[in-house]
Design a protein. Structure first.
Length: 134
């Protein structure tokens, strides 16, 4: 109780808590898959990240940083599983969200954006060809 009143969680609270629990479980499987080279752990991480994304959408959560985290981690898992085309699609979503953040001037941690950008910079840099030195 807060000041003698009972705090009643809303549906939004339960939705966010569900997302956090699912995302954290996905992270556990992701890390297990990376450290032990376990394909089954990576597949579990993939399914859980997808479920986290679904719970965000169904819960009406529009926090772009949460979407960035899920899309980024899905890309990393898919890359480890050798599913490069699907990983690239997720990376393109991350890049699109970063461009949106920049365009709209959304207040976000600069260092955090740089970390996400480092994971997708290959999408931009592979298209740039340097001129030969004269």
């Amino acid at each position: 109780p807060l000041n003698g009143r009972l705090i009643r969680p809303t549906l939004d609270t339960f939705s966010l808590l569900s997302y956090v629990a699912i995302f954290n479980l996905a992270l556990c499987h992701h890390m297990k898959g990376v450290t032990t080279s376990s394909e089954s752990a990576l597949r579990n991480a993939f399914r859980l990240y997808e479920l986290a994304h679904i719970s965000m959408v169904q819960g009406g959560n529009e926090d772009i940083l949460l979407f960035l985290a899920v899309a980024n981690n899905l890309s990393r898992v898919l890359m480890r599983l050798g599913e490069h085309d699907r990983a690239t699609l997720c990376s393109k979503q991350v890049l699109a969200m970063l461009m949106y953040i920049i365009h709209e001037g959304k207040p976000v941690d600069q260092k955090l954006c740089q970390q996400f950008f480092s994971n997708v910079s290959h999408l931009i840099l592979r298209c740039i060809q340097t001129a030969a030195a004269a």
